[in-house]
Design a binder for this molecule. Structure first.
Ligand SMILES: [Zn+2]
Length: 699
């Protein structure tokens, strides 16, 4: 299984992180997430000879099929030279293989080999010999905000070899796993890398012969080869860490080797033994961000972003436990991104400290509010397969991670981690379902029903708060459908001393009294421990609220060249559509979200934000001063025409810089404002203060 990087913005293909870059959207092929608990396994013995000039691979795959398969799935790019069944009996390819035309959710045309027609309904040996020509151009591969852009499945060229499982270069069967033994023949200098362990490496006569063995079942296999600088070190007996880099880069290599060692140590302690004999960090020559069993394939640019080794790289390593070796039983939904996010992205924030962890949880709730505002976009966790939009990320990653967080709070860290270790050990190279985790946590059907099979999130309201001499009393309310919630309540007593309480709300309304003398302040779930729909007053305007909208209206006051052309280029890049239009100061009358480009002074005066003043080309922002000569400002503001909605304001110092801002901004949705230095460079960024929470009462 291939896991896209990270869990930050729902970037299209590479999923990445907090501040961006790639983000990948597709967590393994939909419908092919994992496998049922007792899963048939195909055994592959592969020989592959690569001709780089001809963009071709000549393949021989000796398969042992288990009984009961219906068909094998093979790539449309393969031409069969020989297929033979048990006892080397030749089979007529034309009679058993049919081409299946483009079925969108199955990723284009493929070839269907009928197992019964091949006389293998009861299982047995099948030899497939074929050659495939793969030469997809890689220069169109890119990432965009929500869409997979130009992703390719296979190419063989002097720049490198990339054969993803999506190309169907090796046979797969729906609902079955595979083990692999590959003998690969490449031009000398083209080092191969794939899952499992390299057990042979022999260069002679201008050719390199390598052999990889991947004895642990996986749902597919991807292969990469290039002129890599390979460095390996032993982590401990039976476990190697390697880097496959396209340049000799000792500091980069040292960083990734050090991080690999640290993450594996962290996760072995947290979850259990690392499941493979190696972990490799592999540089790709075009942009990717995938985590495969025992390696990760990262585009060169991403690999060099300074924060990647400390964020999404760890997420990809954690997938070696969750997803790659403990498979997802799709029947109850994909739990794996939520748990990987808990173990990686969120855990790193916990290590940073409580405020960072709180901010992370609050951002997840803000994302849910921004991207899943429309109930039609919501779905229960039991229906999550993979992410392909802001809404699927907010639920499939965010809500899922919060469900693990709530389980951790309910049973305590020690029991929670012990349960994770139990599930990992019991389901190693087998599928696990949500119910396996909830069973291990000791959480029953009610928890599953309200968080997994129900759509939505509870909303809380606070009423009738009375600060009395010896106690504070209050009422909590929730709407239908009702949840059973362990609601954290923080009470501030005399001298600022804070006490933490938990009250259980299961009906629509309940009264509580907490025996705190001289209380001055009461806050309900101030640290966002519950997955809930934030009240609009709890949320400051953020850029993600603008991304959460499907349609945008781009507004420029009296557009003149060259601003008009630059604004149109920005609009098209931002909307990821050629049809985006820019209007002359006209506010949208429909539900489109306003994006205002370089507003004149009168309009700007209505797009206010706390702590922001713009005077000519000078910006005063939260006590600091910036010039539009050297930087651009992008911020989220309350829509002056439509209460409760957020508009985006772009103040760009130069029309030439405007089109490029669309992509740069897309990586920083959780912030309210960005100061983007001219050229490249990481923006300064921050959030406006949220309004007074309706879940807060002060004496
Ligand atoms: Zn992931």
């Amino acid at each position: 299984m291939t896991y896209p990087l990270g869990s930050g913005r729902p970037h299209a293909r590479l999923g990445i992180l907090t501040a961006c870059v790639l983000a990948a959207g597709v967590c393994a092929g939909a419908g092919n997430v994992g496998a049922a608990p007792s899963t048939p396994v195909l055994t592959h013995e592969v020989e592959a000879v690569f001709d780089i000039d001809g963009h071709t691979v000549t393949l021989s795959d000796r398969l042992i099929l288990p009984a009961g398969l219906d068909h094998l799935r093979l790539g449309a790019g393969l031409t069969f030279t020989r297929i033979s069944g048990p006892g080397a009996a030749p089979l007529d390819a034309a009679a058993i293989v049919t081409r299946v035309e483009d079925v969108p959710e199955q990723g284009g045309p493929w070839q269907r080999l009928d197992v019964a027609a091949a006389g293998l309904a009861g299982g047995g040996e099948l030899l497939i010999e074929a050659h495939g020509t793969f030469h997809a151009p890689v220069d169109q591969v890119e990432f965009s905000r929500e869409n997979v852009g130009g992703e390719i499945s296979a190419t063989i060229s002097a720049e490198g070899i990339y054969l993803s499982s999506m190309s169907g270069w090796l046979a797969t069967a729906d609902g079955a796993l595979g083990t692999y033994d590959l003998r690969l023949d490449t031009p000398a200098g083209y080092e191969t890398v794939t899952q499992g362990q390299r057990i042979e490496h022999l260069e002679s006569g201008g050719r390199l012969r390598t052999r990889w063995r991947s004895p642990d079942p996986s749902d597919s296999l991807d292969l990469v080869a290039n002129r890599f600088f390979v460095t390996c070190e032993t982590i401990r007996e039976g476990l190697e860490s390697c880097t496959y880099l396209l340049s000799d880069d000792p500091p980069l290599r040292a960083t990734y080797l050090e991080r690999t060692r640290a993450y594996i140590a962290m996760y072995e302690e947290m979850i259990g033994p690392y499941p493979y004999a190696k972990f490799a960090t592999v540089e790709n020559w075009f942009p990717t961000g995938y985590g495969m069993p025992s390696y990760t394939l990262l585009g060169g640019q991403v690999l060099r972003l300074p924060f990647i080794p400390y964020t999404s790289f760890g997420h990809e390593i954690a997938h070696n436990w969750w997803g790659n070796s403990v498979f997802v039983d799709p029947a109850e939904g994909n739990w794996c991104e939520g748990l990987t996010t808990w173990c990686a992205d969120y855990h790193y924030k916990e290590l940073e400290g409580a405020p960072a962890a709180r901010e992370y949880r609050r951002n997840l709730l803000k994302d849910y509010a921004a991207y899943v505002d429309d109930p039609a976009k919501d779905f229960p966790l039991s229906a999550f397969r993979s992410r392909h939009s802001g809404a699927t990320r907010a639920v499939g990653y965010g809500k899922s991670m919060m469900v693990f967080h709530m389980a951790d709070r309910l049973i305590g860290r020690e029991r929670f981690l012990a349960a994770l270790r139990d599930v990992a050990a019991a389901h190693r190279f087998r599928a696990a379902a949500w119910s396996d985790f909830l069973g291990a946590f000791g959480l029953g059907d009610d928890f599953a029903a309200q968080w997994l099979t129900r759509t939505g999130a509870p909303s809380l309201a606070l009423a009738d708060v009375r600060f009395e001499a010896g106690a504070v009393s209050f009422r909590l309310r929730q709407g239908e459908p009702l949840y059973t919630l362990a609601v954290p309540v923080r009470v501030t007593g005399p001298g600022g001393a804070e006490t933490e309480h938990v009250v259980t709300l299961s009906g629509g309304e309940a009264s509580f009294t907490l025996p705190v003398a001289g209380a001055t302040r009461l806050a309900v779930d101030p640290d966002c421990h519950l997955f809930r729909r934030l009240d609009p007053a709890e949320i400051e305007p953020t850029i993600s609220q603008v991304f959460g909208s499907d349609r945008h209206a781009f507004i420029v006051d009296a557009p003149k060249e060259p601003l008009a052309a630059a604004a149109l280029a920005f609009a098209r890049a931002f909307a990821e559509s050629d049809t985006a239009v820019v209007s002359d100061g006209v506010w949208p009358a429909d539900d489109r979200t306003a994006v205002v480009l370089n507003p004149g002074p009168a309009l700007l005066a209505r797009l206010t934000a706390p702590g922001l003043t713009v005077s000519g080309r000078t910006i005063f922002l939260e006590g600091r001063r910036f010039s539009l000569d050297a930087a651009d400002l992008v911020y989220a503001a309350a829509d002056p025409e439509r209460p409760g909605r957020t508009a985006l304001v772009v103040l760009c110092g130069s029309p030439e810089r405007l089109p490029g801002l669309a992509d740069r901004v897309s990586h920083y949705g959780k912030y309210s404002w960005l100061i983007l230095p001219a050229g490249q460079g990481r923006p300064e960024r921050g959030n406006w203060a949220a309004g007074a929470s309706p879940l807060l009462a002060v004496r």
